[in-house]
Design a protein around this ligand. Structure first.
Ligand code: MG
Length: 161
């Protein structure tokens, strides 16, 4: 089976005023993520991981922040468009593993909602989507609460897989 993996990374700065969109889920609270689109760092990292697995470039070239069409854009929609590109080339998504690095919000209470949202967007089973949360132990810009980061790994199978 032709199995390929890709890695994606994204980070966004916090801004006042919730909710915070993460993995397509609105997380209540007093913080949001600031960015050109809806700043959904999980979706952006997963999108880049998928594009990387298929060697199809990156989210920045697919959805440039100089394009007004991408302003405030729903990142679940962007994820779906990247998925279409993979499917056009005969790839199917096997598994997603994402880790959020943030002092807050706590990911645990929202994990299953995020997994379900991503699974639906990707057309795969919920148990093929893993979402984990970690703090940065108070260190660095994440530790100071300036923003959060997400790392994702995508496993895809090729047409011959
Ligand atoms: Mg981003």
């Amino acid at each position: 089976m032709s199995v390929r993996t890709g890695i994606g990374y994204d980070s966004h700065r916090y801004a006042p005023g919730g909710p915070m969109r993460l993995g397509g889920v609105d997380i209540p609270g007093d913080l949001r993520l600031s960015g050109h689109s809806d700043a959904d760092a999980i979706c952006h990292a997963v999108t880049d991981a998928l594009l990387g697995a298929a060697s199809l470039g990156d989210i920045g070239s697919m959805f440039p922040d100089t394009d007004v069409a991408n302003r405030g854009r729903d990142s679940i929609e962007m994820l779906g468009l990247a998925l279409d590109r993979l499917r056009d080339r005969g790839f199917r998504v096997v598994h997603i593993d994402a880790t959020v690095i943030a002092e807050r919000p706590k990911i645990g209470p929202h994990r299953d909602a995020i997994r379900a949202r991503l699974a639906a967007a990707l057309g795969i089973a919920v148990d093929a989507v893993s979402v984990k949360g970690k703090t940065n132990e108070g260190m660095g810009w994440v530790g100071r609460g300036e923003g959060l980061a997400c790392i994702a790994v995508a496993t895809v199978a090729g047409r011959d897989g």
